[in-house]
Design a protein around this ligand. Structure first.
Ligand SMILES: *Cc1c(COP(=O)(O)O)cnc(C)c1O
Length: 378
């Protein structure tokens, strides 16, 4: 089946009990037992809820995995994955991960005895050199955002496996439509479903997917133990978003690619970062593991003042920290999504305040281009 068909017919879309075509929202915490000795399939919603289960199964299937777990936010999902490890374990995390993941791994995990190193995962040798006997996890994001650096998912996960290290990939930016890390050897995929899967800027959600039974058992245990689960209504919102994922991303990435190309020819623009843009150093590698560049691009202006002016003069995109929504969203990563990074680290990574990130929505290309043109010319 093609992706478009799969997003509409993942196989569990019809409610078994009633035949409903839209998954019913089982807004119930408890499910009554027939008698003291008979516990049914459903018991208590933290442990399992029929609406959430449909979402979990759907995303698992789309990612090519067997087991899915839905959480109240992307960060709750990522935190649950870090709970797989213990005090004294050494974790390797990509240097330019999402700002919230950095904050969790840099400021909270060390309190519990984790040792974390932030490394350049785009160089396999850097990963190799950072591995220690007590290294247990490798956490990746490719393309990274906002700088769109590409990590080789096949080589990184194969190297990790050789050393008994679990590889985790944050697939938020690509979604299972464009990239399926489990098929390339990654052990666990995490998502902020707040972004493309939900897509309407109305619901926070996170997902973990794996096809490893042992890991799934552990994640399920952690989900039930810590309780950061996604509610039934929010599960339904994400399921509704997923139905139109393919057509949205098709259009968003078409517009993003055109804008990236156009921006790269503008005199005010110093640099453009988009994975499939001609001249992007990771272009070939990216296209060997993903089916498109996605809907997010970044560009650098001559200085911070120009970047701030441009953002303030844009009329169509909203200024905000999120991405992957129906409306275009523009941000200054240095002070917004990546404000949690220490300044020195931001500078080392190139996350300076002259860098603008644009998450392309469903508006017409001509309108977005015209808006950028008027803002750049002003
Ligand atoms: C937004 C985001 C997160 C965090 O997700 P929330 O739903 O906001 O908690 C994690 N990773 C990436 C890549 C993100 O863009």
């Amino acid at each position: 089946m093609g992706s478009g068909t799969k997003f509409i017919h993942p196989g569990n879309e019809i409610d078994e009990a009633t035949g409903a075509v839209s998954t019913p929202i089982y807004q119930s915490v408890i499910f009554a037992q027939k008698d003291l000795d008979t516990v049914g399939r459903w018991e208590y919603t933290r442990t399992g809820n029929p609406t959430r289960a449909v979402l979990e199964e759907t995303v698992a299937k789309l990612e090519g995995g067997k087991y899915g777990f839905a959480f109240a936010s992307g960060m709750a999902a990522i935190n649950a994955v870090f709970c797989l490890f213990s005090s004294g374990d050494h974790l390797l995390v990509s240097r330019d991960v999402y700002g919230g993941t950095f904050r969790l791994a840099h400021r909270l995990l060390p309190r519990f005895g984790f040792r974390v190193d932030f490394i350049d995962t785009t160089e396999i040798d850097c990963i190799k050199k950072a591995i220690r006997p007590e290294t247990r996890a490798l956490f990746l994001e490719t393309p990274s955002n906002p700088l769109m650096k590409i990590t080789d998912l096949r080589k990184a996960s194969a190297l990790a496996r050789e050393h008994g290290i679990i590889t985790i990939a944050d697939n938020t930016l690509m979604t299972p439509y464009l990239q399926r890390p489990l098929e390339m050897g990654v052990d666990l995929v995490v998502h902020s479903a707040t972004k493309y899967l939900g897509c309407h800027s109305d619901c926070l959600a996170g997902i973990v997917v794996t096809d490893d039974r042992r890991l799934a058992k552990e994640v399920g245990f952690i989900q039930n133990c810590t309780g950061g689960v996604l509610g039934p209504h929010d599960s339904w919102l994400i399921l509704r978003g997923i139905r139109t994922l393919k057509v949205r991303i098709d259009q968003q990435q078409r517009t993003a690619a055109l804008l990236a190309d156009w921006l790269s020819h503008q005199p005010w623009v110093v640099d453009v970062y988009y994975p499939t843009l001609t001249g992007h150093p990771g272009r070939e590698l990216h296209l060997s593991q993903a089916e498109g560049g996605g809907g997010v691009l970044s560009f650098r202006l001559q200085n911070e003042v120009k970047a701030r002016k441009l953002i303030n003069r844009l009329r169509i995109p909203v200024i905000g920290s999120s991405l992957g929504a129906v409306e275009s969203i523009v941000s200054l990563p240095a002070t917004m999504s990546h404000g949690a990074l220490p300044e020195q680290m931001r500078r080392d990574l190139g996350l300076t305040p002259d860098l603008v990130r644009l998450s392309v929505g469903l508006e017409d290309f001509q309108d977005l281009q015209g808006d950028l043109a008027q803002a750049l010319e002003n």
